[in-house]
Design a protein around this ligand. Structure first.
Ligand code: DX5
Ligand code: ZN
Length: 218
């Protein structure tokens, strides 16, 4: 069980007409990172935004921007996202035939390098790069949309990755994304995750953003 947990609200669930205020509300409520979901409509359904919005978020907050790239050929846009102010760039193993090189490139751009795997992708796929990443992200929904149901098979994957990170004495963050709420965070925390992305549980929480973040911390 990890002591200190980080909360990363996903702006995919935010009201984009009031994005600046919503990010400020997250920051005031003690959010740790802002999670930014870039989706291209090819790798995953849904079409969101690119470096332009990342750059706007950069001007809205000092919190680290945790940019989750759900796009094909992410290597083509890494420099643009770094320039826009991304702090973390996380790429899907399913999109990267040259994953090692892509992660090296992220680091050379001065960003933290993250790797993420879909619910149907086995953990063995990221084993060769575990020693070089700053962050591992485990999807507990299929990428594309906020508000989907939690896929509980992801718990065992988090447990496996926690064990492997500990074996190599890696201090990489172990982050989970999808269906995180007051009931699922404790299960993922017990499995060894220490960063929790949440969209609906923050921005659509009935009592507001601050109460949503409080509820996630338990
Ligand atoms: C899904 C995104 C998530 C999403 C999470 O493709 O990667 O970050 O916004 O939303 P919730 O927390 O509502 O499942
Ligand atoms: Zn995400």
């Amino acid at each position: 069980m990890t002591d200190n947990i980080l909360i990363a609200p996903s702006i995919l669930s935010a009201d984009f007409l009031h994005l600046k205020d919503q990010i400020a509300a997250c920051e005031d409520a003690g959010a740790d990172w802002i999670h930014v979901d870039v989706i291209d409509g090819h790798f995953a359904p849904n079409l969101t935004f690119g470096p332009l919005i990342v750059e706007a978020c950069r001007r809205a907050t000092k919190l680290p921007l945790d940019v989750h790239l759900m796009i094909e050929q992410p290597e083509r846009l890494l420099a643009d996202f770094a320039k826009a102010g991304a702090d973390h760039l996380t790429v899907h193993v399913e999109t990267c035939p040259h994953l090692h090189r892509t992660l090296q490139e992220i680091k050379s751009l001065g960003c933290k390098a993250g790797v993420v795997l879909n619910p149907a992708t086995p953990t063995v796929m990221i084993e060769p790069v575990l020693g070089m990443v700053d962050l591992v992200l485990v999807m507990s929904v299929n990428p594309g949309f906020s508000g989907q149901a939690f896929i509980s098979e992801a718990i065992a994957k988090v447990r496996t990755i926690r064990q492997k990170l500990d074996e190599i004495m890696s201090r990489a963050w172990l982050e989970v994304d999808g269906g995180m709420a007051a009931d699922t965070v404790p299960q993922m925390r017990a499995a060894g995750a220490n960063v929790f992305v949440a969209g609906n549980a923050v921005f659509k929480y009935p009592q507001g953003i601050a109460a949503g973040i409080r509820a996630l911390r338990g």
